[in-house]
Design a protein around this ligand. Structure first.
Ligand SMILES: CC(C)(COP(=O)(O)OP(=O)(O)OC[C@H]1O[C@@H](n2cnc3c(N)ncnc32)[C@H](O)[C@@H]1OP(=O)(O)O)[C@@H](O)C(=O)NCCC(=O)NCCS
Length: 167
């Protein structure tokens, strides 16, 4: 399928498709955390907020047979460049689309003269972390630790510096 994929800059008429992709991104997080409340009632509207923050020049889509099936973006925070968001429609995953989107983002980051490119997957996004590792994201930056006051159930692992974390 990769031959028929076009990676191009976001255009105004991609809005609805990109909202749908943002919803899929949220649905994936709901699935891995078994929590249907993540993202609230209209998670797709976070795309609009993101668009307003980064602008159209920092978003690229994957198009297949005139349909937008993937989205990647670059966002600068505190002078660091991040991948935000990265998502492929669930029925098109595992066919190389995500890799092509990431290649585009890496190229753009280099062309912008960025010293590094970061991505912040949640710890439970195991398959995606493995995918990102293969794509070259092999240096660990910040790690976010938290105390859960709600007493939710967490899974066991991974282990780092001798500490057995839950995730
Ligand atoms: C991460 C994601 C964008 C990758 O896109 P993709 O088009 O499936 O990626 P590719 O086809 O180029 O590569 C697939 C690789 O990702 C892995 N992968 C991770 N999650 C997958 C999924 N849900 N379906 C298929 N493959 C998946 C596969 O194991 C595969 O690895 P391999 O090359 O060793 O076989 C896509 O899985 C996705 O949208 N996931 C949900 C949203 C998300 O978690 N985004 C990242 C937030 S940081």
């Amino acid at each position: 399928m990769s031959e028929s994929i076009i990676i191009r800059r976001y255009q105004d008429n991609d809005l609805v498709a990109c909202r749908d992709l943002w919803r899929e991104l949220t649905e994936w997080h709901r699935e891995i955390y078994e929590d249907s409340t993540i993202g609230g009632d209209q998670p797709e509207l976070y795309f609009d907020k993101h668009l307003a923050t980064v602008g159209t020049n920092c978003l690229w889509v994957a198009e297949h047979q005139s349909q937008v099936i993937g989205l990647v973006g670059l966002e600068t925070r505190d002078e660091e460049l991040f991948i935000e968001p990265l998502v492929v429609a669930s029925d098109h995953r595992g066919k190389g689309v995500g890799s092509q989107l990431l290649e585009k983002a890496k190229l753009e980051a280099k062309q912008q003269g960025a010293k590094s490119l970061s991505v912040r997957p949640v710890t439970r996004n195991q398959r995606v972390i493995q995918f990102l590792f293969k794509q070259g994201f092999q240096t660990l930056g910040h790690i976010q630790l938290f105390i859960d006051f709600t007493q939710s159930e967490w899974k066991t692992g991974p282990k780092l510096y001798g500490c057995n974390f839950k995730f």
